[in-house]
Structure formats: C-alpha cells, structure tokens
Design a protein around this ligand. Structure first.
Ligand code: AHG
Ligand code: MN
Ligand code: MN
Length: 341
C-alpha cells in the first residue's frame, strides 16, 4: 500500500503552492496521529472550559487542545501564511510570504466527545492571495488547492483531495503512517438514505419540510420507494458514510434565531466537504446554489448545506425551485404532509 508521503511526493508538479501541500499534509498527518492518541486515551476532553468561540459555541477542552496542535502543525510546516480556525476569532498570521492559507475546524462533532462517537478535523487549503491576510480566506471554494478531513473513530482515516479525485487513507495506529486504501472514491449517484437532525422539523422552511415529508411517505408517496435515515451528529462521520455507500446530508437553514443559514460554517466545514464530495462525483449546494461558488464575507459565516448523492441533491433543489416559483401552493401540490394539516 502507498503511504501518504509517497503519494504527496508523486503529486509534486514544481508549482510552489501545489508542492507546499506535501509539507503541510505531512505536518497535519503527524498531528492527527497525536490527536487520535489523545482521544483514545480519554479523560476530561469534553469538559467545557468556560469560554465561547466566535460563533457562540461553548469551547470544550479538546476543541482548544486540537486547535493548539494544528496551529503548531501549520507553523512547523513552514508553508502557511494565515491560519483561520473555528476556535479563533480572527486569522492567526504566521508568515506573510508563505504560499498557503489554512481554514480549519480543529475538532468537528464536539457534542460527541464524551460519548466515544467518531469526531474529526476538517481542513481547507487556499492560495495566499497577498494583501490583508485577515481577508485571505475570503475566497470562493473553487479556489481551494486541497481539502481534507480526519475521522477519529474505530479507525483513524483521512479523506483528501488535491483536485485529482478524492482518496481515502487509514492510519496505522502504531506507526501513525496513513496508508492509501481507496483511490478515486465514487459516491453512488442514487441513494435511499438521508441524514438530517429531525428534531428541527417544525423549524424547517417549506421546501425541506415537503422534501422530507415525501421521503417519509416512502412507497406510499410520490417517491414510490422507502428511505432510511442516519444522523450521527458529527459532520465528518456522516460524510464518511456517504463516501462509503452514498446518501444525502442536509443541514438546512431554519426558523430558529441565528439558524436562518443553518449551523455549519462555509469556509472550514462546507467548502472542504463540498470540494471532496464533488471530486468524488457527488454534489454540494446550500439547497439552491453550488457551495463552491459562494463568496464568503466573514470567517465564521454559516451556510445551509446539502451534499452527497447527486440525484438526491438535485431533488432537494427541485423542491426549493417549486417554492420559489409558488408552485407548492397550487392544488397539485396541496397534498397533506406530515408537517402541515
Ligand atoms: P462542531 O462540533 O465543529 O461545532 O460541528 C458540529 C456540527 C457537525 O459536526 C454536525 O453535523 C452538526 O454540528 C450537528 O448539529 P446538531 O447538534 O444541531 O444536530
Ligand atoms: Mn464542525
Ligand atoms: Mn468544531
């Protein structure tokens, strides 16, 4: 099996920003090994430390520990100009002359830390655009040079793309070496499995309520087949399942205060996942617009996120379009659904 380092070396093109990915992911993978051992050892990792991050989430010990570790990796790599993290209010400027910008969710799935459920780290890599580095991550997702996420679970795995397909690596727990186990993952175009936090159903806007209601009607409804649901509550774990067997993930906007654009953040959660998913033949939108075309204006801005099997992402888009065109009010669409009498 090919090790990550050998694979990265083979991707070298002589283009400085592309070649800097080797140093960056070598440093990140070494840190992921350390973080996976910290998690496996357990302890008071899920305790809140009394602070909040910029998005208002209570910070847990492992959130901050992981952020410290990956910031150190960014510095050690020697190729990062600015580090933009969920756990930092603003960008940490490292070396203005370095070629890369890192946007990172150091610990994704924090609500699962205490219950031994898979959690992860999500990374987006952008070119250093020069100018004010506090604005350097304000680039569309299409500008990404690479995207990756680690999953710390029964196995520690790495999903990585540098723009030539999405590959899956598994970490050898003793040596910490990441070995290539699947090259060029392909997400099945069709699926009968969806992932959404159903406890928010009454808060969803009409298109998602109608879409999910029709899935729940199964073979007695307009989709004429039954669906299954999975929701782990760690984006990286739900995404890993979708890479493995297909599926559609939805974290839509809803009526709760601060949730009009959902819960997930554009530059260090949605963009990297969208790049990885598209490179594996899937699709990623905010329900209507392709994620990788959205222009961020703020490091921690949120976006609705729908991704996975291409056909189902398109179905969600069709419900959004019907509502936009007022078609969901016509008698043709007035079938009762589970959310409206
Ligand atoms: P984070 O722990 O980095 O804040 O991310 C958690 C995210 C994501 O991993 C998951 O899909 C989602 O939050 C779960 O949200 P709910 O708890 O609202 O279901
Ligand atoms: Mn997260
Ligand atoms: Mn996080």
């Amino acid at each position: 099996m090919v090790a990550l380092d050998a694979r990265l070396q083979s991707l070298k093109t002589g283009q400085p920003q592309q070649d800097a990915l080797v140093e960056l992911f070598t440093a990140l993978a070494a840190k992921a090994h350390d973080v996976s051992r910290i998690i496996s050892a357990g302890g008071e990792l899920g305790n809140t430390i009394g602070d909040q991050n910029a998005d208002g989430d209570a910070q847990k010990a492992l959130d901050v520990m992981a952020d410290d570790e990956f910031l150190e990796a960014a510095k050690v790599s020697g190729v990062v100009a600015a580090y933009c993290s969920e756990e930092q209010d603003s960008a940490v400027i490292i070396d203005e002359s370095a070629p890369l910008i890192v946007a990172i969710d150091p610990l994704d799935g924090s609500s699962n830390i205490d219950v031994n459920v898979s959690i992860g780290t999500i990374i987006s890599v952008l070119p250093n655009p020069g100018g004010d580095l506090q604005q350097s991550a304000m680039q569309t997702g299409d500008q990404q040079l690479a995207a990756a996420f680690f999953v710390y679970g029964p196995q520690t795995t790495l999903y990585l793309t540098t723009g030539n397909g999405t590959d899956l690596y598994r970490m050898d727990p003793v040596s910490g070496v990441f070995l290539l186990i699947e090259e060029g993952i392909e997400i099945p175009e069709d699926t009968s499995e969806y992932a959404i936090n159903a406890s928010n159903a009454r808060q969803w806007f009409t298109p998602v309520q109608r879409y999910i209601s029709d899935l729940l009607l199964g073979d007695e409804g307009p989709r004429e087949r039954n669906f299954n649901m999975r929701w782990i509550g760690s984006l990286v774990a739900d995404a890993g399942r979708i890479f493995n067997r297909g599926g559609v993930f939805l974290y839509p906007g809803d009526r709760r205060p601060k949730y009009e654009n959902g819960r997930l953040r554009l530059i260090y959660e949605a963009n990297p996942v969208a790049f990885l998913v598209e490179q594996a033949g899937g699709a990623a939108t905010d329900g209507t617009t392709r994620i990788l075309e959205k222009s961020p204006t703020e490091i921690h801005e949120r976006t609705a996120l729908v991704f996975g099997s291409k056909t189902e992402v398109r179905w969600v888009g069709s419900y959004e379009a019907e509502t936009r065109q007022g078609l969901d009010q016509s008698p043709l669409f007035s079938h009762r659904n589970l959310f409206r009498s």
